[in-house]
Design a binder for this molecule. Sequence first.
Ligand SMILES: Cc1cc2nc3c(=O)[nH]c(=O)nc-3n(C[C@H](O)[C@H](O)[C@H](O)COP(=O)(O)OP(=O)(O)OC[C@H]3O[C@@H](n4cnc5c(N)ncnc54)[C@H](O)[C@@H]3O)c2cc1C
Length: 307
Amino acid sequence: MDSYGEARCLKRSTLIEALASDLPPNTVRLSCQVNAIKLDPLTSDPVVYLEDGTLIKAKVVIGCDGLNSVVASFLELKFNYNYSTSLVRGLTYYEKGHGMDDFVILYKDPTRLGRIPIDENLVYWFVVQNRNPQDPLYMKDQKLMQQSALESIKDFPREAVEIIEKADLDSFHYACLGYRVPWDLLFKRHYKGGVTVAGDAMHAMAPFMGQGGAASIEDAVVLARCAAPTIQMLRANQKEGKKMLELAFHQYEKERKMRVTLLCLQTYLIGLLIKTSSSLGKFVTILLMIILFRDPDKLSLYDCGRL
Ligand SMILES: Cc1cc2nc3c(=O)[nH]c(=O)nc-3n(C[C@H](O)[C@H](O)[C@H](O)COP(=O)(O)OP(=O)(O)OC[C@H]3O[C@@H](n4cnc5c(N)ncnc54)[C@H](O)[C@@H]3O)c2cc1C
């Protein structure tokens, strides 16, 4: 069992609402699925193709469209799904309080159960387990997700099993873990013309270190810092603006590349450790982790600077 010093639970919807509330009215358009990105053959500006047939001619496209990113496909970035691992997560509400205070991970290879209190009554939890061969079925049926999580943790202490038994079925979510291989991240270019990526679209990683979302916010800070000065120029002088934008994307990539490659590499090695059954494989992976990541928390304590 591991207990982690400081961990803060943040509801995704709260973060999104807070970010959106600072934008001018009507900036956000919901329910528009992007099907493809292409470059206009005459101007080289990006054109965004929406599912409803609409085309948006843009000057800049920043793809924050997650693991199955259309924008990352346009940039020919590759994602991998061959972890034999999946993840069930959810919320459990304790009417009379749960009495838990820390973020705790319990493990019995290859399964991990993590839980963290959100407030006095509500607990967020996740179970990392061997991937189920019937994945598509599990993606939709919350009762099956619960059964699969309970099956994976059947040898865990009773109080751990109870978290899943008492969980709110509506809150269950099942995901097959995908990730970007670290060397692809290191050697590929993350921008083309006025198009780049941020967040999981750039550096999806399995959630073993709980850093994917944090790193995505860092991307936003660094990208804003690099690209903000070009916005005025794009309006005033398109040719100069495009040149400045390319420099800004280059600077953004330079600042982020090593940081996210190391995060993805450490996560990748943890994934290998969970997945590998051979003792030799485990030994080599642990050795690599000791050599490369002597202080396992170092990457989590990162300051990307101010806007
Ligand atoms: C189980 C689990 C636990 C995690 N725990 C942590 C943690 O403790 N700490 C942490 O920092 N990170 C954690 N992460 C990682 C974190 O959730 C991700 O890194 C983060 O959500 C990435 O944000 P994003 O905005 O880049 O992508 P996403 O959150 O995936 O958002 C992408 C958005 O783009 C939309 N979209 C996708 N495709 C299209 C399209 N074609 N057209 C239009 N819209 C599209 C989607 O609907 C979605 O709204 C965890 C991840 C998982 C799966």
